[in-house]
Ligand binder design. Structure first.
Ligand SMILES: Cc1ncc(COP(=O)(O)O)c(C=O)c1O
Length: 386
């Protein structure tokens, strides 16, 4: 399939962070971009705009049709009934996290975060002078689980927000209906706003499915802000566009006290790309999901057959493998060790919070050949310290 026929030489010609943050002798498997070619209809839409010099101010969100498209998209993908009037367009999901935290809590109030966690969750809370209420996910047989008793007892009167990451980065958990219902009910009991980052929603592997937490009940919906985007699944993060759904008009009204120019949201190219992604690119997405599934299993095979000292729960969603290396003999950062010894750039577990120490996150959204090279290099470097 042409999507994965990417060569290292072509990837190194890209301008983005993944392939340019480290010297050319380093193979990158860190930031969450995919190495696959973007779907042909998206590239065509963008090149039409380029050849037509079509870079003027775009139509606003009310007129560009994307809110209605988002409404039909979430119905089709997740059987979630919403209305376009409940949605705002933002620049990106991380911006939504920052604006959500600053809108729905005050300084010195606390925000629940399930660690290890995608670093901007920690940054948003601490940089905005809120208190992170860290709730470690617990590794049990086969996956990470939520310790609901600990969670319930940690929440206090200064806790205002549950910042949920579902599917969860970096553990790859796609929380199930029972777990999400329990989280939702807990937030109702303690009057918490749920700020739900669902950017990986399109990348949940069967038989699991993505359940938007706001779709579970009217009570949970009424306290939930859901952040979604086409950027992860369609590999267009650099174009910058995200969608925020508000489960009540009160939540939306409060968020709209942020001036529109601070919220941003559309640019000429992102409008074209997202429209194309959500109307013309599902067969591309299906193909990519199959490749990711196979790559996910290559990582399992590498662990089981060659490096059983690594602890790895294959992700239920995302293209990120969260590898526990704590059974090896290295006492410092595995990310630095692998950079120096394997010449591979992975994400450092410690960046995902203290309980990520001793882990690495490997992005497996690349060709099977490059993934094989990444794993072989990591494996040889680990052999030196086992
Ligand atoms: C859970 C999660 N949220 C948000 C983002 C970034 O989203 P955006 O580029 O829209 O800010 C990522 C990127 O990897 C992510 O994994």
């Amino acid at each position: 399939m042409s999507n994965i026929n990417v060569t290292e030489a072509a990837l190194r010609r890209k301008q983005g962070a993944k392939w340019n943050s480290y010297p050319p002798n380093i193979l990158p498997a860190w930031v969450a971009d995919m190495d696959f070619n973007v779907a042909e209809p998206i590239r065509r839409a963008l090149s039409d705009q380029i050849s037509n010099s079509d870079f003027g101010y775009p139509l606003g969100a009310k007129d560009n049709g994307l809110l209605a498209l988002f409404q039909s998209r979430v119905k089709k993908r997740f059987n979630w009934d919403i209305h376009e009037s409940e949605v705002l367009i933002l620049n990106d999901v991380v911006q939504g996290l920052y604006l959500g935290v600053s809108t729905f809590s005050d300084e010195n109030e606390s925000v629940v975060i399930q660690t290890p966690i995608y670093p901007p969750f920690l940054q948003a809370v601490t940089e905005l002078s809120r208190i992170p209420l860290l709730q470690p996910l617990v590794a049990t047989d086969g996956h990470f689980e939520i310790d609901f008793d600990k969670l319930e007892s940690a929440i206090n009167s200064s806790t205002k927000i549950f910042a949920l990451c579902n599917p969860h980065n970096p553990t790859g958990r796609a929380f199930n209906l029972k777990e999400l219902t329990k989280i939702g009910e807990l937030c109702c009991r303690h009057d918490l706003i749920i700020l739900s980052d669902e950017i990986h929603a399109d990348l949940v592997y069967e038989p699991k499915t993505h359940i938007p937490i706001a779709s579970i009940s009217p009570e949970i919906r009424a306290r939930t802000v859901t952040l979604m985007s086409a950027s992860k699944a369609f590999n267009i993060a650099g174009l910058c566009m995200a969608f925020a759904h508000f489960g009540s008009s009160a939540l939306k009204k409060k968020f709209e006290t942020i001036p529109p120019h601070v919220r941003g949201g559309t640019n000429t190219l992102s409008v074209a790309a997202v429209r194309s992604a959500w109307t013309l690119c599902d067969s591309w997405l299906n193909d990519v999901r199959s490749i990711l599934w196979r790559n996910r299993n290559l990582v399992s095979q590498f662990v089981l057959e060659e490096h059983p000292k690594i602890r790895y729960f294959p992700p239920e969603a995302t293209y990120l493998a969260w590898l526990d290396l704590r059974r090896f003999e290295y006492k410092s950062s595995y990310q630095s060790y692998l950079m120096d010894t394997a010449k591979v750039a992975v994400s450092a577990g410690e960046d995902f919070g203290d309980d990520g120490r001793g882990f690495i996150r490997v992005n497996f959204a690349t060709s099977p050949e490059l993934l094989g090279e990444v794993l072989a290099k990591v494996g040889s470097a680990l052999d030196l310290i086992s």
